[in-house]
Design a protein around this ligand. Structure first.
Ligand SMILES: *Cc1c(COP(=O)(O)O)cnc(C)c1O
Length: 387
């Protein structure tokens, strides 16, 4: 049987309401149809310079901070940080309260770090005092800002302040936050930050936007041994992005699409995007609560606005319901590991975080769960928000 992939102009486009990838921004979709230019073309270098400038704005980076796209997904962004900033035997402190924190710990160990972990139970945020207690002798701290696997927002500002005072470098996973709300790399004192194109920016997967502080560049330049990951060696990246010398062939179409989507995000404005996500999250919660859906994260201050983690009502058949939605061209995501079968995770990133796609989900759920009134409650709660 031939594989049945969605067409570009199908009457009922497939709807991605997962915590990544998110639906492509129309301008990113359009950019993918442009003519291919070479990775050393002057127009591509000009585009790259605009991307670098826009990334500084997105991350709240100091003027002149080195920014770039890595040719891979968010995990490559994660890996590149450890590859460049860890040397064998270094003490690295990793905050782990979900799957992505655990991935960071695994990567740091593979690059030879002696990994210490600060943990928090699933559904709870990392406590700054627990970080403070472990900072002695540590050269690098790693934190996931928004833990996608549980829908938890970690207190980055407070933790960053402690790390700064200790003198350690700080690497931050901003995959579910940067681009959807103001981010303050310079003010918080972050040394390395990354995201993935397909999350908050609604660009295609395949590039990881990063920003690297001068302190981090200096740490990498002073390594005793070369960065073991040649492909993402900071100095190799600077050869291409700053000195316009060949390093590797960049995925030019993904640069076009990322550029378009990032411009659109900055034109809308990060505070406006944050407000859009917050309003949508509230409306979804008030529409679904009468059916028995409850927030998985007990502390409202620790809820990640871009990944709404909902505990399922007793009796709801997780797999069957999601399969039925998939048959109606809607993808949503269940739990991961210990939360499998227990929760749904609704992605409120980028173009997913709009009323129309969620109205379509609720419309189908009204039918599948025999729950009249769902869309009405949603619209009522959303009333002040424009489509
Ligand atoms: C999705 C995600 C990643 C990994 O990104 P990939 O693009 O799947 O490699 C890393 N961290 C967080 C918090 C994520 O949500």
């Amino acid at each position: 049987m031939p594989v049945d992939l969605p067409g570009l102009l199908s009457p009922r486009p497939h709807l991605l309401l997962t915590p990544g990838p998110t639906p492509l921004h129309p301008r990113a979709q359009e950019a993918l149809g442009r003519e291919l230019l070479g990775h050393m073309d002057p127009e591509v270098f000009a585009l790259n310079r605009e991307i670098q400038q826009d990334l500084r704005a997105m991350y709240g980076a100091a003027p002149g901070t080195f920014t770039a796209l890595l040719a891979g997904t968010g995990s490559l962004g994660m890996e590149a940080g450890f590859a460049n900033l860890v040397e064998p035997g270094d003490e690295v402190l990793v905050c782990v309260n979900g799957a992505f924190g655990a991935r960071m710990a695994e990567m740091a160990a593979r690059y030879g770090a002696r990994v210490r972990q600060v943990a928090a139970p699933h559904g709870e945020a990392i406590r700054p005092e627990d970080v403070a207690a472990q900072l002695g002798g540590v050269s690098l701290v790693a934190l996931v800002h928004g833990e996608t696997s549980t829908g938890v927002l970690n207190p980055l500002g407070q933790i960053a302040k402690l790390v700064r005072e200790s003198g350690a470098l700080l690497t931050v996973d901003a995959v579910t936050t940067a681009g959807m709300e103001p981010f303050h790399m310079a003010e918080w004192g972050i040394d390395y930050v990354y995201t993935g194109a397909q999350k908050c920016l609604s660009a295609p997967p395949g590039v990881a936007p990063v920003a690297i502080s001068d302190r981090a560049l200096a740490r990498q330049a002073a390594r005793r041994t070369p960065t073991p990951l040649w492909y993402c060696d900071f100095s190799g990246l600077r050869d291409y992005w700053e000195r316009q010398a060949y390093h590797h062939t960049v995925p030019v179409h993904l640069h076009y699409a990322l550029h378009a989507a990032l411009r659109a995000a900055l034109e809308e404005g990060l505070p406006a995007r944050r407000a859009r996500v917050a309003a949508l999250g509230r409306a979804l919660l008030s529409a679904l609560a009468p059916l028995g859906f409850t927030p998985y994260v007990p502390d409202p201050a620790a809820r990640l606005p871009t990944v709404l983690a909902l505990r399922l009502p007793p009796g709801l058949d997780d797999a069957a319901t999601r399969q039925a939605l998939r048959a109606r061209e809607i993808s949503i995501t269940g739990g991961l590991g210990p939360t499998a079968g227990l929760i749904w995770r609704l992605g409120l990133m980028g173009e997913a975080a709009r009323p129309a796609p969620y109205r379509r989900l609720l419309h189908e759920l009204e039918d599948l769960l025999a729950a009249p009134g769902l869309c009405g409650r949603f619209d009522e709660a959303l009333a002040p928000l424009p489509a």
